[in-house]
Design a protein around this ligand. Sequence first.
Ligand code: SAM
Length: 458
Amino acid sequence: MKTQHTVPVSKNEKHIVTIEDLTHEGMGVAKIKGYPIFIDNALPGEKIEVKIHKTGKSFGYGKAMKFLTSSKDRVEIKDEHLGKVGISPLQHLSYSKQLSFKQDQVKNVMQRIAKMPEVPVKQTLGMKNPWGYRNKAQVPVRKQNEKLVTGFFRKNSHDVIPMENFYIQDPKIDEAILTVRNIMRTYSVKPYNEQQHTGNLRHIMVRRGYHTGEIMIVLVTRTAKLFPTSKIIPDILEALPEVKSIVQNVNPKHTNVILGEENIVLHGEDKIVDTIFDNQFEISSKSFYQVNPQQTEVLYQKVLDYAALTGNETVIDLYAGIGTISLTMAKHAKHVYAVEIIEDAVKNAKANATLNNIDNVTFELGTAEEWLPQLAENGIKADVLVVDPPRKGLEKELVEAIIDIAPKKVVYVSCNPATLARDLALLAEGGYDVKEIQPVDMFPQTHHVESVTLLEKR
Ligand SMILES: C[S@@+](CC[C@H](N)C(=O)[O-])C[C@H]1O[C@@H](n2cnc3c(N)ncnc32)[C@H](O)[C@@H]1O
């Protein structure tokens, strides 16, 4: 017979605990009679009075009520609002410890999931100034006290906390959000009401080219009707001369997904331009573009270092986005074949090849898993294959197709260590040696871990 374990704590109880570890999301972990409690804003070694606020079968959640001791790695947070929203969950941990936390996350999955503890995981490459780095913001718009406000969601809720300084975003983006917010107030634009699914303006999205200063504003609305645009647009342009593109995105669905299908261009075109190394890139509102421009060059340099191209290689770039990696590599390779699933991104990628006078790249619209086997059928062989998938990692059939096409090197750019480790184990089974992993901090103050891995065919 199975023994029934009882949960040793109840809701609202207070306990004194010592934090033993951090979860991969950066929450402190304490144990009461072996039962884990996850506690926000708590660091290893700290002795805390915790109030239990949720219990499940195998773990619970608590709130730190009083700190009896404080970790030497704790740093003062910049703003109390920042602690309430989820945009910078590691902000209370010193930056050097954030970097080692990220390196440890990768080591941990290489041991636990990939079963390859011997693979070298280098120290995380961090930023000199790990604040104000984001080149893109998407802020919710709501009504509070009869006023249109912009801010961010309170953790685990859909209440918006009004904020003016987001700290991790380019300060020029924060400024642009406030300017647009004020203009919207002037014309009494109706903010979205999520519960009732009424009102109109849902989100303001701002993207800014780090090197060019060009700004794109996306006004996400519930309906296609929008205010007195003939007044709003000139006002935005006058107040923000860096704005090159204003797009209305219509999202009529009752959903957490921010962008809808329909775009209406209100000013300029649905694009801005930025540069990475010496290439120019046009970026549209729906295309993926790395959010940390300074670290993007560090990341891509690592991809180039691992690929070690001499000019004679055929390269395949899967999950190519607007072609940033493909075009960076094309200058050092014979030919690059690239695939991407989002149509607008592929259009950008092709235009970007032209913009930079690069003609040794072929961009295709499609899914990596369907396109790679076709490429192999057409007799294309690759020396180097780069993958940069979303968080869910590679489809199993894609791993099989990579093993079949047998490139000498695979360079795996990952934003999720758990799926990376799973995929590396499969590639290792298929005849690849995992040589080295380099974490790169693309998301300071958050728990997100980006890395580049070099694999070589045995
Ligand atoms: C993490 S981004 C990387 C983009 C690009 N390499 C870069 O550095 O900017 C992943 C990209 O994969 C695309 N994508 C998602 N699923 C895909 C699939 N099954 N096949 C091809 N591309 C896909 C996304 O649209 C996105 O542009």
